[in-house]
Design a protein around this ligand. Structure first.
Ligand code: DGL
Length: 277
């Protein structure tokens, strides 16, 4: 375990590739920091997995990132944020190292939605795991008790992205289908949260099938702003984050496979390293 005074990169964890959309936004906003991205591609997708499995896998990843010197880890995955974050923060961190921090993507998104929505009728699109966990409903109830939440799981969107079908005509059917299923729940929805890190890759099609007056809320910029705010409010953590502008990529799957697929999410060629959790 690293000592309290050691500095290290900010850990960014996702079940696989989706967190790269969050990493992208964070690096644009905070380019001076070092980042260590870990994709648990060998065990992805997390979306359909049970609470206990997502919790166990996420905890293993967080511990690994801590061992690599990260003092701050962002769960750049809605499913992991929904099913594992709270338990890790409350039960595990005090035993592992109370000076380290793990943050997720749901809370900052819910904080922001209060500024965006006029009607207070919010649509959530996410994986089955995120929707079933009701994490968005619970957080929105806490911060905006008068708001109403309508949710729709989109189980085929992650496979569409990962099979490079996001920009093909065949994807239209399932994009339209889930949006319609959400919008038939209420005609008052004025904001839709893309509550899965893969969904920004489908943004053109999502916009195509969503009425123009509805705000489509992507998380990357929101999480990046929230992290910048967190670091400015926590100088004791900020000084423990190294700042050489470097980014390292780790995957539990094959390196070449990760490098090729990552180019769908990032506009750069990367060299990842395989690790076992
Ligand atoms: N990264 C996950 C999320 O944001 C989607 C991929 C998966 O199901 O593992 O929910």
């Amino acid at each position: 375990m690293s000592s309290k005074s050691s500095i290290g990169p900010i850990g960014i964890f996702d079940s696989g590739y989706g967190g790269l959309t969050i990493l992208n936004a964070i690096r644009n906003r905070l380019p001076q920091y070092d980042y260590l991205y870990l994709g648990d591609n060998a065990r992805a997708p997390y979306g359909p997995r049970s609470f206990n499995i997502v919790y166990r896998f996420t905890l293993e990843a967080v511990k690994y990132l801590f061992e690599q010197g990260c003092n701050l880890v962002i769960l750049a995955c809605n499913t992991a944020s929904a099913k594992a974050l709270r338990t890790i923060q409350q039960n595990d961190l005090p035993n592992i190292d109370p000076s380290k921090r793990v943050l997720g993507v749901i809370r900052p998104t819910v904080e922001k939605i209060g500024e965006i929505s006029k009607t207070g009728n919010i649509g959530i699109l996410g994986t089955a795991g995120t929707v079933q966990s009701q994490s968005y409903d619970i957080e929105i109830e806490k911060l905006h008790p008068s708001f109403k939440v309508f949710s729709q799981s989109c189980p085929l969107w992650v496979p569409l992205v990962e099979n490079l079908e996001a920009h093909n005509e065949g994807a239209d059917y399932f994009v339209e289908k889930y949006i319609n299923q959400l919008l038939t729940q209420s005609s008052d929805i004025d904001s839709i949260i893309l509550g899965c890190t893969h969904y920004p890759i489908l943004i053109d099609k999502i916009k195509k099938f969503t009425p123009q007056h509805i705000n489509i809320v992507e998380q990357g910029g929101i999480v990046a702003d929230s992290l910048a705010d967190y670091l400015s409010r926590h100088p004791e953590m900020d000084i423990r984050c190294s700042k050489n502008g470097e980014c390292t990529y780790l995957t539990t799957e094959d390196e070449d496979k990760f490098n090729n697929m990552a180019s769908v999410f990032l506009n750069e060629q990367i060299n990842s390293k395989h690790i076992n959790l």
